[in-house]
Every structure is written in C-alpha cells, then in structure tokens.
Design a protein around this ligand. Structure first.
Ligand code: ATP
Length: 581
C-alpha cells in the first residue's frame, strides 16, 4: 500500500468537519486494506505506532525535525527555522518547502505504509549515543522520498501533532460500515472498550468478522476503559432510581488504579491508561503477593493514609506519588493503601458481565491479608435514611461522598460508559454547587495589572463526544495562586498552536490557543444561558449556550484525565437541568 494514498485520505479528512463524510472516506479506505495494513493505518491515523496504553516514545523535538527538513529540502537551517516560528508546525513547514524543494530527489523510491512503519519504529527505538543524529537521518531518508502531503503527516506524526480530526468514535463507525452492519456498532465499540486497542479491533474485525469481535475478552496487559458514574442531586432520587435497594460504597478521593496481576508481574494503569506501576511499587507488590489465584484484573482507589491511626489523608497527599523523580523517598514519605472496589478478570475468566454482587463476592475472597489492601467499605441500603447515615459515615471517614451501585441482575461492569448502574453523590451536592467540573484548557488571555507578562485567564471547554469537539464553558481567572500563575507556561505551552484547533468550537478568541490536553478542576456558582459560550449551543435557547458563572480553579490539575475525559457537554446539560429542578 502506498503511503501517499493514506496521506491523501488524511488530507481529505482534515478538510471536512462532517463526521459522516469522514466516516465514508475512512470506510472506503479500510475496505481496500488487508487486516495487518489496516491495523497499522488505524494507528497512524491517530499519530501512533501502537495502542494508546503503550508508552509512546516517538516524540522528536521540533529542532531535530527542522534539521531533517533542511537536509532534504536544501533550504538553510536559518530559513527553515524562521518559517517554523511563523507557521508553528513543522508539518506545514515540511509541506511548504517540499513544494519548493531546491534539490531534486535522485533515485527516489515511493514510500509504502510498510516502509513508513519500519522507519518510524526505527526512529522510536533509536537510543544511546548518536541517537539524535540517527533519528534525524531516518526521518530525512523518508522525507527524501515524500511528496509535500506525505511530508506534512510524517512530520506531524514524529512530533506528536497528528490530529486529523477523526476520533475513536469515527473510526469505529467506519469499521462497522466497512466490515459489518450498522447494528453491530455497539459490539465493536465494546471490543474497543475492553481492549483499548483500536488497531487490534480493526484487525480482528477484518480477519474474523463479528464472530471474532464477540469473542474479544478482557485480557491481562490490555487496560480496560473504566466504568463511570452518573450523578443525581439527592439520596432520595438515588434510592428511587435504584428501585429502593442498592449497594453503597465510600467514594474514596484518591487515584484510580486498574491492576493487572499475574504471579510474575503486576501493572497498574491510570484511567488515562498511563502505567503507574513505578508510582505505587508497594501496592503492586502487595497485590502480587496477596492474590490467592493465578491472575486477576481489579480496580481500586489509591489513597494516602496516616500509618499511625490508619486515617485517610486529603487527595493532595497521594499526588506526591505522581512525581517523576525521587519515587523511593515518596514511597516512604507518603504511605498509601488501595481500596479495592471491582474485579474484571478472575483466574482467566472475564467477569465483567457478572452482576455486581457476584463480582463483589469474588473480589472479597481473592486476596489474603495485607495491610496495603483494603476492600472498599460497602453496605446494602434499602431506604434514604440508611443512605443518609452511610453518607455521613463516609464523610466522617474522610471520603468525598458515596457511590451507589445497582445490585440488579443487569448490574454488569460496563467498560467505557457512564451510566446509572453507578451513581455518585458527593458532599458538594449538599452545598450550592452541584459538583466540580473538569474542563480542558483551550486558550489563554494575557494578564493585565499584577498579572502582566503572564497568562491572566484561561478559556475552558467541555468535550462534546457526539460532535467530537470542545465547546467553551467559561473564562477562568480566579483561584490562581502565584505558584500556579508561574507554572502555567510550563504546563501549557507545549500544547500551544498558532490557530484555533479544528475541534475547538469557540466564539471567544483568546490570545493563545492550545490543543485541548490539560484538564483543570473548577467550581462555580451556577450554569446559565450564555450568548458567548458554545456548550449545548441552541439546545435550551436559540443563539445561546451554557456558561459557568463565577468559575474558580480548585487548585487541582486533573492529570489523571485526558481532554476527552473532561466533563462532557451532556453532563453539563444534565447539571443545568438538575439545577433548575
Ligand atoms: P470525580 O471527579 O467525581 O472523581 P470522575 O469523572 O473522575 O468523577 P466518576 O465516574 O464520576 O469519575 O466517579 C467515580 C470515580 O470515583 C472513579 O473514577 C474512582 O476514581 C472514584 N471512586 C472512589 N471510590 C469509588 C468506589 N467505591 N467505586 C467506584 N469508584 C470510586
């Protein structure tokens, strides 16, 4: 398969904002590919060589990429660099210069997808002495044989800027339309949710059809998309929704971890699929030794505790475990316990489709005694009064609230979905704010007065999974202390982009745009109709969206969430409706 065919598809996708059109362009391409090429093309379309949970090591610095562009195009380093400052994206620079190329490519050999994959894997695996020079030459070698559009995407892939606009949902649509029926779409999505590997799903579907997809099971080593909770404004409503009877568990305020345990190895994944094993080596070791069976996948919340009295400590304490350096000291200084709340695989059996109470029984009997491992506190409640007293106990124990969990026969573990099988209720709901919002930073405004020379306010957005866009909800300028103001460039500037990202829907124009990546926790007074903000635009009133009044940063950077995990537009709509009740 020629790489130019793929690059021209990326180009067509980038030019359209219609999800339907993207789906149709992709499915026309997918149909023509053999299963293995399809797997590779799916990864490349996301700017990756592997599934999301693999540590991605491709990231080349802009400087190195510009050097490769200069080498292949014949333009001076200085010229290439100046153009890069103007354009802000080495991909665009490569494309422009390849069009005007000074050197004619002698002995050019067309790029194939296989060659590109091989070249990129070689770049990724170069390390040690002279590795920078080797990476640069490997890229130059591919650029030498590239046309301008191919060069654009090669440079975007190696610098981590590949965002053609087709998200996971569009790829799933395209796969269903190429190899199955529209009605099979939910099962294909389920296969993705339990493996987090779109390439694997694509290859499985193309080679084995829907039978193979239905056979996809949770597997050790492939993180599973986490199940999430809905919210309701009162315990009464929760009990009503649960038909008078449910399990309630403490809602621990820590870091969620999904542990894949075998007798040889344990891997801990965050909900963003990062590998957290090195951050919690003590927990990993306890899980490995205390597991009674051969293997399991369990979920729990890691919370800092005071070892003297066993009391839980506030969330900030456990964040010391997320640091990159000095982990040995952090392990000693910040003791942690894992509060287990679910099991997804037990001794090779996928238990996600078993009801909650069965999973809970399996979980409770899976581990021997270990002080680091504690079962989440759970009680079956049958009235709002019992729920209220459990909630108060949870708060006194230092938790942020409770999780109500359905115990009906249908109470499966629903990977990757937010639904009413789990309903959260937090102490914030007792006060005037209904909940905190986790919003993605999409822009910044330069500060004035005391904040001159720094970013003074941020443009915050929520994710619209239907449209695959980010819609603005507020301009945030409160709750920043000096340390945060100083740290903003380091936190944000790597996501800077010269133009509004294609997936950001905004009427406001900030001084600086960011590719949505960083998520901050925000509180606010209330949601109200807003002519400026684009979240739920036109839903409650023509020409108005929903905006958050008096937003304030809580001080918590949600680095456990990617931009797509930010509070969604549909949750914002629900919160607005709850507020009006
Ligand atoms: P929040 O910001 O309220 O933590 P969220 O968007 O991260 O919300 P939700 O699904 O809304 O996720 O709330 C569930 C989260 O609560 C889980 O991701 C998990 O980290 C945490 N949690 C704490 N205790 C429990 C428990 N007993 N059962 C399930 N999740 C729990």
């Amino acid at each position: 398969m020629l790489y130019s065919d793929i690059a021209s598809v990326f180009d067509r996708i980038e030019r359209t904002s219609s999800r339907l059109e993207m789906t149709s362009i992709l499915s026309d391409l997918f149909r023509t590919l053999d299963p293995l090429s399809l797997r590779n093309v799916v990864y490349l379309s996301q700017g990756k060589l592997h599934p999301d949970f693999f540590p991605q090591k491709l990231g080349m610095s802009d400087k190195l990429v510009l050097k490769a562009i200069s080498l292949t195009s014949g333009f001076s380093d200085d010229h290439v660099e100046k153009l890069s400052v103007k354009e802000g994206d080495p991909g665009t620079v490569a494309e422009m210069l390849m069009k005007e190329k000074k050197q004619m490519a002698l002995f050019s050999e067309s790029l194939t997808v296989e060659r590109v994959m091989k070249g990129l894997i070689a770049i990724e695996s170069s390390d040690g002495k002279d590795s920078q020079e080797r990476k640069m030459k490997l890229l130059a070698n591919m650029l030498h044989d590239s046309d301008p559009v191919e060069a654009r995407y090669l440079c975007r892939i190696v610098t981590g800027r590949m965002r053609v606009g087709a998200g996971s949902m569009t790829i799933l649509d395209a796969l269903a339309s190429s190899f199955a029926d529209k009605s099979d779409r939910p099962e294909i999505e389920r296969a993705f949710n339990v493996t987090c590997d779109m390439g694997l799903v694509a290859e499985t579907l193309a080679s084995g059809g829907m039978d193979a997809i239905r056979n996809v099971k949770v597997t050790i080593g492939n993180p599973i998309k986490v199940m999430l909770a809905e919210r309701l404004p009162s315990l009464n409503e929760i009990m009503e929704r649960m038909e008078g009877r449910c399990a309630m568990e403490y809602k621990y305020d820590g870091i969620r971890v999904q542990a894949h345990i075998t007798k040889n190895e344990v891997k801990l994944y965050s909900r963003r699929l990062e590998d957290l094993t090195k951050n919690f080596p003590d927990i990993a070791s306890s899980l490995k030794h205390a597991l009674k069976g051969k293997e399991a996948i369990v979920e729990g919340e890691c919370v800092s505790v005071n070892v003297n009295d066993g009391k839980m400590l506030p969330f900030q304490e456990v964040t010391h475990r997320r640091r990159k350096h000095g982990m040995e000291n952090a392990v000693k200084e910040y003791p942690v316990r894992i509060f287990l709340f679910d099991i997804l695989q037990n001794d090779g059996e996928d238990v996600t489709l078993r009801p909650y109470t069965e999973r809970r029984d399996i979980l409770s009997s899976s581990f021997g005694d270990d002080e680091n491992i504690i079962m989440s506190n759970m009680r079956i409640v049958t009235s709002a009064e019992e729920a209220e007293s459990f909630f108060n106990e949870a708060l006194s124990a230092g938790c942020e609230g409770i999780m109500a969990k359905s115990i009906s026969d249908a109470s499966v573990y629903r990977a990757g979905s937010r639904g009413f099988l789990w309903i959260k209720y937090k102490k914030d709901y007792h006060t005037e704010t209904i909940d905190t919002y986790d919003l993605a930073v999409v822009g910044a405004f330069y500060g004035m007065g005391k904040r001159k020379g720094r970013y003074g306010a941020l443009l915050m957005a929520s994710y619209d999974s239907e449209m695959q866009t980010y819609a603005t909800v507020c301009k945030l300028g409160t709750g920043f202390d000096d340390a945060f103001l100083d740290s903003m460039p380091e936190l944000l500037d790597k996501h800077k982009t010269n133009e509004r990202p294609a997936d950001v829907d905004s009427k406001m124009i900030p001084d600086v745009w960011f590719v949505p990546s960083v998520v901050l926790e925000i509180t606010g007074a209330e949601l109200s109709l807003s002519p400026i903000h684009t979240a739920a635009a036109g839903v409650f009133k023509e020409d108005a969206g929903l905006g958050l009044r008096f937003p304030r940063f809580t001080g918590r950077i949600r680095d456990d969430k990617g931009a797509e995990d930010s509070t969604s537009v549909s949750e914002i709509m629900e919160l607005y409706e709850m507020q009006r009740m």
